[in-house]
Design a protein around this ligand. Sequence first.
Ligand SMILES: [Zn+2]
Ligand SMILES: [Zn+2]
Ligand SMILES: [Zn+2]
Length: 369
Amino acid sequence: MHNENSIEAKGSFESLPYTTIRPSQQIILSEEETRGFYSLRPVQQIINLLTKEINELKPVFDLQYTCRYPSVERMSELKPHEVPGLLEHMTSYHILESHLHEKIIVCDRCSSPNLATRYLCPHCKSMSISKHRTIEHVSCSYISIEDEFLIAKNNDNAINEGNSNNNNFICPRCKTKLHPNSPDVKINEGWFFCNDCSQRSREPVVVYFCRECERMMFVGDVDFKNLYAYTLSKSVDMSKVILIEPIREILEQIGYQAESPGYITGKSGIKHRFDIVCHGENKAIVIDVRYSDVIVNESDLIKLFGAAFDAKVDRSIMIAIPDVTDATFSLAKQYGIIVIKGKEMKDVSTKLEKVMRSLLSSTSHKSAI
Ligand SMILES: [Zn+2]
Ligand SMILES: [Zn+2]
Ligand SMILES: [Zn+2]
């Protein structure tokens, strides 16, 4: 039902070019692929989670999904089957490092991890086997299953009521009382008795039964699948990663109500999504963060202008990482959009804080008049 490919290919997270990337595989990324990857909300949330709350994303084995990451599911809108593909993708971008956490077996036909391990009688292949300890009375060389020594013991106890010694066995053949720790007693663990053919064996045959496609297979027929844990890659320079959540927190600290992402339904009836929508002093301000490998061009600005115009907000801000084209900058002036550019988190957040504080004081000043 679930194979590795379908886990990655299915779902609503289609903007990502999911392929069958293994974390260990090196892939070459096009400029286009890299562009904007950091701006994906779940990517941001995962980085934020790993920088602030936990050190590692641990996989949890799951019969339906094979592998789930509860910590990621809790703080993102991703469906369980969308998470492993995204984490692998982030690994291929060297944002995350993968670590082998567990190796599991799955059905080689349907990829389900819902396999039952079955132990069969090696003589007649019956499933109906039971495990027993055997006891050997060394001096009389009588060997039998533990139960027989216990039955003898119970009978003995019934006869000598009130004088029971529960630690002792009775040899069914010579009726000698035996202490389990005595050198005259040998206890052998794990003998298997077949309830169908009555033969005993030391090692049953191990087979796997797929509960999904109802197929029996030997270990040579099952597939192995790795479950990975993920940590933030040491090669990621966190000062160069601009995260939206910390920016939102700064805005809250200086007195705005900020939502990320924020939605405003425009005059046209279209619901617009902005990276941050904030309110302060009865003014609505929208902020979009745009990333680029090289330079942010005007198409992002035009999109923001259209959405902000329709949503009738008071101010709109574009954070451009790392820089904008000259054309974008002059267009922003005409549109009345504030552009904040920068490469580093500290730089960008300082600039934004300054702008937002001034907007707050100017609006309070106006409202006071
Ligand atoms: Zn048998
Ligand atoms: Zn005996
Ligand atoms: Zn199967």
